[in-house]
Design a protein around this ligand. Sequence first.
Ligand code: NAD
Length: 467
Amino acid sequence: MSSLSARLLKRLESRQARVGTVGLGYVGLPLAVEFARSGLTSIGIDLDARKVDAIQRGESYIPDVSSAEVAALRASGRLQATTDFSVIAALDTVNVCVPTPLRKTKDPDMSYIISATEAIAEHLHPGMLVVLESTTYPGTTEELVQPLLERRGLKAGVDFFLAFSPERVDPGNRAFNTHNVPKVVGGTTPVCSELACALYATSIETVVPVSSPRVAEMVKLLENTFRAVNIGLVNEIALMCDKLGIDVWEVIDAAKTKPFGFMPFYPGPGLGGHCIPIDPFYLSWKAKQTGFEPRFIELAGQVNASMPHFVVDKIAEALNVQKKALNGSRVLIVGIAYKRDIDDIRESPALDVMGLLHQKGARLSYCDPFVPVLSGRAWAGGFDLQSETLDNASIFSDYDCVAILTDHRGVDYKGMIAGAPLIVDTRNAIKQAYPHVFRLGAPQPTHAAVWNDAPMGIGDAVVQAII
Ligand SMILES: NC(=O)c1ccc[n+]([C@@H]2O[C@H](COP(=O)([O-])OP(=O)(O)OC[C@H]3O[C@@H](n4cnc5c(N)ncnc54)[C@H](O)[C@@H]3O)[C@@H](O)[C@H]2O)c1
C-alpha cells in the first residue's frame, strides 16, 4: 500500500476524513447524512441552491430523512452543503449520486455524470477517492469516468482511487435504509476496492467487495432487471387472469405460501420511479453495442408500458357498465406517486393514465397526500392541478369513478367504498369484492349494473354489512 492510500485509510478509520457527496437527491442526501452520523465530516454538493439552502437551514426535503436529524448534524458541524465545487480540493473522498435518465430514444443520458465528473476533475488531488453511485451501464466507471478524471495527468489506482458502488436504497421502505442495505463495492484496482470498502465500513452495516467496477455496475442492473422482468411477468399474468375471470391477487397470495422457489411480485398500473423503468435499458443499450439483442428486457418493457392503456380501458369498461362514457365523466385519481407512501412522481404510471384519460375527454381531479401540486409540465394534460383533500368521505360521491393508482396508507378506503359510485382499484387496496369495485386482474363484479340503479345511500348499508 502506497503512502497516499495508507494516509486515506488512516483518515477514514479515525473518522478524520472529510467526505463529499455530489448530488443531494433521494440517494445522495441519505448517504451524506449517514456519513455525518458515523462521525465523518460530510459535505454535500448540489447545483440546486434550494436543496443546499434547505440543508444549511437544517431542513430535509426527502421523506426518509428527518429534519430533526439534519438540524442536529448541522448543529454539530458534521453536515454541510454547498453549490461550490471548489470545496472538493479539501475533501478526502467524493461520492457521485447524480441522475441517470434515459433520452427519448431510450439511450442513456450520461450528461449528468459527465458534468459532475468534469467538475470533480478540476479539483481532483493526489490521494483522493472517487466513487460513482449512479446506476449506469457496465463499463461506465472505467470507460467514461476514469479518462475524464485522468485528463490532468493523475492516474487512477496510483495517484487517486476510483470505484463503483451502486446505491440500492428503496425510498419509503421502513425496514431497509441506506445504513442496513449491504453495499456492493468494486474498485478499479485492489487498493481502490479496499479504500472504498473502508469508506463505507464507517457508516454502513455490511460491505460486499466484488472484483471490478463492471461487476458492481452489473449487479445493480441484474437486480433492477430482475424486478422489471418479474413485474412484467406478473402484469401479463394479471392480464390473463382478467380475461379468465380469476383473481390474480388471490393466486399470488396462495403461491407465496410456497417456502422456496417463488417470490411474490404484484401487478399494477405500470412501472414508475427513477430506477426500474429506466435502468434495464442502460443494460440493453450496452448489450446492443456488442451485437447482443436482449429479449427479456424489451418484452417486459412492452408489457409494463401497456399497463396504463389497460387501466384506461378498465375505467372505460367500468363506466360503461354504469351506462356512462369516459368522455365527460368526472374521474378522481387516488395516488399519483409511483409507489406507496412516497412523494416521487418520476415516471409514475399515474401520469400516463391521467394523460390518456384527459385525451379521451375525462374530467380529471386527483388526490395524493404526498403530492400537493401537480405541475402541468409533469403530465400530458399540460395544466396544473392541486390535490383534493379527502377529509370528508362524501367527496367521493362527487365523481363518476374513483381510480386507485397508488395505495398510500392513510387514505380512507372504507369511506371511499361507501361514498364512491364506482371504483377501479389497480393495487388491490380494496381486498374484498364489492358490486361497484373493479379490481385489476380480478373478475368483473357481478352486480355492477344493479348497484348503479340502487337508491342513494345503499352503499353505506352494503359496506356496513360487508366490512
Ligand atoms: N431514487 C431511487 O430510489 C434510487 C435508488 C437507487 C439508485 N438510484 C440511482 O441514484 C442516482 C441518483 O438518483 P436520485 O433518485 O437520488 O436522483 P435525484 O434527482 O433525486 O437527485 C439527483 C441530484 O443531483 C443533482 N445534480 C444533477 N447534476 C448535478 C451535477 N452536475 N452536480 C451536482 N449535482 C447535480 C440534482 O440537482 C439532484 O439534487 C441515479 O443514477 C438513480 O438511478 C436511485
